[in-house]
Design a protein around this ligand. Structure first.
Ligand code: SAM
Ligand code: SF4
Length: 329
């Protein structure tokens, strides 16, 4: 079991497999994209599998594949299948924008992916275009339907943005009436690759809940599972549930069980740090498994107490230079 210097169990890895994406969500990256990583800078699938094998041996039990958009990377099923066969791994999940995902759903089911986070910030096709700069709303909804049809749990991630989609909060909540989905509202964070100026948080978790209560005053609090990053709720009579993720307010750091690996192989022990070890570079320099394990244990032993401390310790200017697509959102 992996325990950090603050007594927190580490058992969850988020692995970003690419920085590239087929959408341009304005809160994540600029309209003309990022300075994409070259093939050489990216971790190969072999390197990913090798590092995940070691991390699972050390105590990681759950891996989430993210990006960028995982399904724009060629042969992604090859990696997913390899990971699904790792002895000791209890859960393999994916976060996707759903544009290219639908045709892969039967295979995902077959290899044991039981839950998928689907990003969808609005139920209005025009607003979807305004937010993502691409006309792909129909494909995302198609993916949601396909996942539900195959009995894969669906969690919808919606970033709440002042002046952009707050009118979607209630319609998104209403999705939970008939569908067994969990709709999770996420506070907007400053990681937008300078796609826009981050003006500070106007919609925090308290305001989001207040907005839901205007229409649903009977909303009930659910118990939050261990290590949950969301405050969870249920509306009586609805099939699905609601979560609110205080990603900017950082109320969950005290129980944080997660680490991240970026597409270029940098290990982050906090979303707000600037990378604490480059696993890919170490592997390419021929490090032995024992030495890599020792280095990993060392960084897990020097983990920031919370996101505020990690942000203060960054040695680059401000988080907006980074995009969620390059840090394993
Ligand atoms: N492309 C995939 C997707 O959109 O689901 C996976 C990668 S994306 C970076 C992962 C999650 O990060 C998405 O749910 C997205 O909404 C969220 N995200 C991106 N930028 C964000 C920001 N600035 N603040 C809060 N959440 C953000
Ligand atoms: Fe792409 Fe996901 Fe970022 Fe949107 S949030 S631009 S879909 S990586």
């Amino acid at each position: 079991m992996l325990i950090d210097n603050h007594g927190r169990k580490i058992n969850y890895l988020r692995l970003a497999v690419t920085d590239r994406c087929n959408l341009r969500c304005f809160y994540c990256m600029p309209e003309d994209g990022l300075n994409w990583l070259s093939r050489k800078e990216l971790m190969t699938y072999e390197e990913m599998l090798q590092s995940c094998t070691l991390l699972v041996k050390m105590g990681i039990e759950k891996i989430r594949i993210t990006g960028g958009e995982p399904f724009v990377r060629k042969d992604i099923m090859q990696l997913l299948t390899g990971l699904s066969e790792l002895p000791g791994l209890k859960e393999l999940t994916i976060t996707t924008n759903g544009v290219l995902t639908a045709p892969f759903v039967p295979e995902l089911k077959k290899i044991g992916v039981s839950s998928v986070n689907l990003s969808l910030d609005t139920l209005d096709a025009n607003r979807f275009f305004t937010i993502t700069k691409r006309d792909e709303f129909g494909k995302v909804v198609g993916t949601m339907e396909e996942l539900l049809k195959h009995g894969i749990e669906v969690k919808i991630n919606a970033v709440v943005m002042d002046g952009k989609n707050t009118q979607d909060i209630i319609p998104l909540v209403e999705l939970t009436k008939e569908l067994p989905v969990s709709v999770r509202f996420i506070e907007e964070m400053p990681f937008n690759g300078e796609g826009h100026v981050y003006e500070g948080l106007k919609w925090d978790y308290i305001r989001i809940l207040d907005e839901i209560k205007t229409k649903y005053p009977s909303i009930e609090k659910l118990p939050d599972p261990a290590y949950s990053t969301s405050y969870n709720y249920h509306i009586p009579g609805h099939h699905g549930s609601i979560g609110i993720i205080a990603a900017y307010s950082r109320t969950f750091c005290g129980t944080c069980n997660r680490i991240r690996i970026t597409p270029q192989g940098s290990l982050k022990t906090c979303l707000y740090d600037n990378g604490v070890l480059n696993i890919k570079d170490l592997m390419r320099s021929g490090i032995s498994e024992n030495d890599l394990q020792a280095k990993l244990l060392d960084v897990f032993n020097h983990r920031a107490k919370d996101g505020w401390e990690a942000e203060k310790n960054r040695n680059v200017n401000d988080p907006a230079h980074e995009s969620m697509a390059t840090i394993g959102g």
